[in-house]
Design a protein around this ligand. Structure first.
Ligand code: NAP
Length: 364
């Protein structure tokens, strides 16, 4: 096995961003025997792997004009600049951050707002096609327009040509699509995943970011709301992973990133149900990483602390002060900082089953 690593300096104190590429060049007979011996698991997956082949629309390069950037995340502009500088300006386009995800597709649940939208911006900036999943059409459309405005190098934006009669607009030259649906609803998730496979082709990365919080002390919490929290945060993650992993399994390639929370690790009064949902996501991540690792699919989690989004906008000043007092870095995080972690995990090819904590030190 040969492993190549490159370090990429990031701005604003995010010192080192390591991209790890591990390539198996040769395999010993003993290693091959070990790999082939996991037959029980292999048999249980046999039907999935030998299922009917999926016909994807062709991908071709587009001659579309380069789009004007009005929403290019500052942090990514800086990352490109510093990466270029640190490499002595000798990188080819394919090695550059801008092309890191060219010719790949990411599905991001909860991508219409907050952390999910920042993750979508980051993947888009690096050349990925992006499919957003959310419940609200208007919010999704707003997000789609902003993503289309991001400059992506022309050569990294292949389009999918419709090959199915009656095929909808889909991933056109813009490279961005949105799908309305509730991740907690099994039927809707099955429809979404089927549609993605049939219309938009293979998915390389899935980010499960859709989530809700309904904070209350347990004894006064509405039991219906408690079920909604678990259904969205935990079952939403499970449902989407099941749906998208099927396609990844057939190609023996993919990466799933689950957005958990530091509250899935550290307890806090008034958040027991939310914490349970997020701790569940971490357990799910670990075990799924073991199931899918032998099939070339990595599964990781991010556990953010308090991040400035709609979700935390309703906190009172007193609550903010209380949380900040427990946070050594003395501030809430920005959604783009969580996006850094998502990009790192998508690129860290020898990392799986881990949970990356980004909380300004809240949990230490
Ligand atoms: N903000 C924080 O401090 C913080 C900290 C740790 C972890 N997190 C986690 O990070 C993730 C994103 O949080 P955020 O702060 O960005 O929240 P946010 O701004 O409220 O955004 C939540 C996103 O999830 C979508 N969503 C919610 N329920 C959904 C459902 N049932 N089906 C499909 N989409 C759904 C929302 O879209 P629609 O409402 O339009 O459907 C929206 O796009 C969540 O999982 C959250 O638990 C947040």
């Amino acid at each position: 096995m040969t492993v190549s690593m490159r370090a990429l300096s990031l701005p604003r104190g995010y010192s080192t961003f390591v991209s790890l590429d591990a390539t198996i060049m040769s395999e010993s007979p003993a290693s091959k025997r070990r790999r082939c011996s996991s037959n029980n698991f292999a048999q249980s997956l046999a039907s999935l792997l030998s299922g009917p082949s999926v016909h994807y629309p062709h991908a071709v390069n587009t001659q579309s004009p380069q789009l004007k950037s009005t929403h290019q995340p500052e942090v990514l502009k800086s990352a490109q600049a510093s990466h270029h500088a640190s490499s002595g300006g000798t990188l080819t386009q394919n090695e550059s951050p801008a092309g890191a995800f060219s010719n790949s597709t990411v599905v991001i649940t909860g991508g219409s707002r907050g952390i999910g939208f920042s993750i979508a911006q980051a993947f888009r900036q690096l050349g990925s096609r992006v499919i957003l999943v959310g419940r609200n059409t208007a919010t999704l459309e707003t997000a789609r327009q902003k993503l289309i405005d991001i400059t992506v190098p022309e050569s990294t934006v292949p389009i999918h040509v419709p090959v199915i009669a009656g095929w909808s607009a889909g991933l056109d030259a813009s490279g961005v699509a949105v799908m309305e649906g509730d991740v907690s609803n099994v039927g809707q998730v099955e429809r979404i995943c089927k549609q993605i496979m049939q219309q938009y082709g293979p998915v390389e990365n899935l980010v499960n970011c859709a989530g809700i919080s309904k904070d209350s002390i347990l004894l006064t919490m509405d039991p219906i709301e408690a079920q909604e929290v678990i259904a969205t945060n935990l079952f939403g993650t499970i449902n989407m992973s099941r749906g998208i992993a099927k396609g990844m399994l057939r190609r023996r390639k993919g990466c799933i990133i689950n957005v958990s929370s530091v509250l899935g690790i550290k307890g806090m009064e008034g958040t027991s149900v939310y914490s349970a949902s997020k701790a569940g996501v971490i357990g799910f991540t670990r075990s799924l990483a073991r199931e899918l690792g032998p099939r070339g699919i990595r599964v990781s989690a991010i556990a953010p602390g308090f991040i400035e989004t709609d979700m935390t906008s309703s906190l009172t000043e007193a609550q903010r002060a209380q949380y900040l007092a427990q946070t050594p870095m003395g501030r809430f995080g920005g959604p783009e900082e969580v996006a850094h972690a998502a990009i790192f995990l998508a690129q860290a090819k020898y990392m799986t089953g881990q949970t990356l904590i980004l909380d300004g030190g809240f949990s230490i």
